[in-house]
Write a protein that binds this ligand. Structure first.
Ligand code: ZN
Length: 393
């Protein structure tokens, strides 16, 4: 479950109309107030109040369309201000905080990241994220006054966690906007599906192989969570019937075979750097350990794909960064253990967004699910394609 700080009904209603106006400007480009009134069906009084607020917040600008022709006042056009922030995505990871800002045209306009101490207090984490956001906005000349929503990703189970709730509440109060929050690996899956390696594929599986193994399932372009928010936990698919009990409650989980600590343990190494150095020069032990992990990952992906039938599978994290020597046997095992119909058109690809994936996924979460921003996008789902087709023709 995502953590949602709900806006008041009045605010939701008001922002619903605001979003209608912004959507017209997004689709039609610069437009006169009369054009916007026609397209939205809003009354003159309502539109005038909304435009007044949008101008005051710097979300739109209003300029004469050209020199006056003939008699009367020159026509003015409303234009989206690209330097105004509409949504913010934040990832508070284990060691880094990253922030991405998008404007009302849904363009990502700024990104920043900073190191932070592991296991710090959630209030401090929220404070550090807010400092990073405000510094970034001021450096890039971005106005935060028209902000409509914030998405936040943090580590931990996909369902509600106290720590995540504290970070979300602190940010929501400081910025006075609704905040949506979820597991950061799952948001990375969404980020890769919208902006990265699985872009345009609609149905995608994502696996992050790091010190733990996290995953995410994107179905029809949306994050799939499941009944208890545990969907896409690919690291806890059991791959060893006789394996030891895992912290999750299961036995023989993929994470115990293919995450960084498991590889280090199996090879008798203490540092990942030493492990990768030995692997790179072809050490037998490291090669065998990686082959065994790749087989387990391939089989887990086969099981998940037989259920979800993705078009693309994205692999990220330190273990995937081992490159083709790991990815090729993963793909071989994946194909060997799936029906032809399931694997025929599937592509296995390496994650493309790196440290940006979590913050970008948090941004996508806001645009897809925020109670203020998403209402019209959902009710009018064909809009972005229509707009793209209009521009193409
Ligand atoms: Zn487990």
């Amino acid at each position: 479950m995502a953590v949602v700080k709900n806006p008041t009904v009045l605010r939701r209603l008001r922002y619903g109309n605001v979003e209608r106006v912004l959507q017209v400007l997004r689709r039609q480009g610069p437009s006169s107030r009369a054009d916007v009134a026609t397209a939205t069906g809003l009354s003159r009084t309502t539109l005038s109040a909304i435009v007044g607020q949008l101008l005051a917040d710097g979300v739109v600008t209003e300029e004469p369309a050209g020199p006056p022709s003939g008699r009367g006042r020159p026509v003015h056009r409303l234009t989206l201000n690209p330097r105004s922030a509409q949504a913010v995505g934040i990832e508070v990871g284990r060691e880094r905080i990253t922030v991405a800002i998008a404007n009302a045209a849904h363009e990502v306009t700024a990104f920043a990241g900073t190191h932070h101490a592991q296991h710090s207090d959630p209030h401090e984490e929220a404070g550090a994220a807010l400092d990073l956001l405000r510094d970034l906005a001021s450096r890039e000349g971005i106005d935060l006054a028209g902000l409509g929503g914030v998405g936040i990703g943090t580590p931990g189970p996909g369902d509600t966690s106290d720590r995540r709730q504290t970070v979300a509440d602190t940010v929501s109060e400081a910025l006075d906007v609704p905040v949506l929050a979820d597991n950061n690996t799952r948001l990375a899956a969404l980020g890769e599906a919208i902006w990265g390696a699985a872009r345009g594929s609609g149905d995608a599986l994502h696996l992050t192989l790091s010190y733990g193994i996290g995953g995410g399932l994107v179905a029809g372009g949306l994050l799939f969570r499941g009944a208890q928010g545990a969907a896409g936990e690919l690291g806890h698919i059991s791959v060893d019937a006789d394996g030891p009990r895992c912290w999750c409650g299961g036995h023989g989980c993929l994470e115990q075979v293919a995450a960084v600590p498991a590889l280090l343990r199996a090879a008798g190494r203490r540092s990942w750097e030493r492990f990768t150095d030995a692997y790179a020069v072809g050490a037998d032990t490291e090669r065998a350990v990686v082959d065994r992990a790749a087989l387990a990952v391939g089989r887990a992906l086969a099981a998940a794909s037989s259920t979800a039938n993705p078009r693309r599978i994205v692999l990220g994290g330190e273990v995937a960064d081992l490159g083709p020597g790991f990815l090729r046997p993963v793909e071989d095992a994946f194909r060997r253990y799936t029906a032809t119909r399931v694997h025929r058109d599937v592509e296995l690809v390496q994650a493309a967004l790196g440290e940006r994936s979590g913050a970008l996924g948090a941004l996508a979460l806001v645009f897809h699910e925020s109670p203020l921003l998403a209402g019209y996008a959902t009710a009018d789902a064909a809009a972005p394609e229509e707009a793209a087709a209009d521009h193409a023709s």
